[in-house]
Design a protein around this ligand. Sequence first.
Ligand code: SF4
Ligand code: SF4
Length: 353
Amino acid sequence: MKSDVYFIKTGPCSKEERGAALEKVLKNASSLLSYKKDEIVPIKVTIGDSTCVYHLNPELVKSVVNKIKKSGAKPFLFDTSVIYKGQRQNAVDHMSLAQSKGFGQTKTGAPFLVADGLLGQDGKELPVNSENINKIRVPSFVGMLDSLIVLSHPTGHIVSGFAAAIKNVAMGMSCRATKQVQHSSLKPSVIEKKCTACGLCIDICPVQAISFKENKALIDQKACIGCGECLCACKFDAIFINWHEDPVVFCKRMVEVAGFILSKFKNKFFINFAFDITKECDCISNKDEKMISKDIGILASEDILSLDKATSDLACRDKKTDYLKDKQPVYGPMFDYAAEKGLGNIEYNLIEL
Ligand code: SF4
Ligand code: SF4
């Protein structure tokens, strides 16, 4: 079976032309974007790190917000806190950054919320019980609302090689502890010289894996279950994240988390803004902004897998470097695994508008 992917090819073009292209996509997808009066509709966005130049354009986000409002629904924009340093590590800094980057309500027409609370810990824990992940913590509204819209900026990625809508859902819609679990199956450790012996990590660890040794926290690697709670609790950046994950396991975890989250929504719609496709994703501070593909255009679908597959195929076709081709052995099997897990169809009908 194949899913429909709407596509409008733009190539390099002005902001206005990008806006007109989006309007065309939204018009053609009108039947998929109808909501009940007063329905609360979450729109997942990623505003990017404070240093990130190429990311989702808030003016395009505003067009989507306007479209939803026309049906009488109440859209809101959201993201979650990240696990690494920067201005998106807590809700206060994250919301201030959103405001300064044009994602505030006055610019987009919808409020921007950090959906997992002040420090990325507020959410509910749900059992997943899949091959690579047992349970996840997600913002509380997951499971309470019918609809979801996901707006993504496709890029390369340091582990998976390609990041778009699947990564935006898997990482961007889970609380910090679940982000940590997805990123690393290796256990966190303490950077002694940064540890102030405040004891917060000891209090929060669910399996008592942390104790003081010579007035510094020490993680018992055998007892640790890799939940990531201590990482969220430490206010002194004294918990070390191991980024050297097996890429295949990393991708499988993302698929399992994204699949579980999406199963909680009835109506889903995804848009990939395939412009300014940089080598590294928008989360990274001082990311490598080298373009790996030419500007492609806008793709939209109800099927997250068809959408990401079509986006990566077009990015490979219009490549600027061999990065995506070289990384295909990593993200290619991720798409296969997503198909196996029922996230969508790997085959698609590209409907050029
Ligand atoms: S929370 Fe951080 S600073 Fe406090 S004891 Fe744990 S590792 Fe040390
Ligand atoms: S990752 Fe979880 S289990 Fe491991 S030390 Fe930190 S809080 Fe404890």
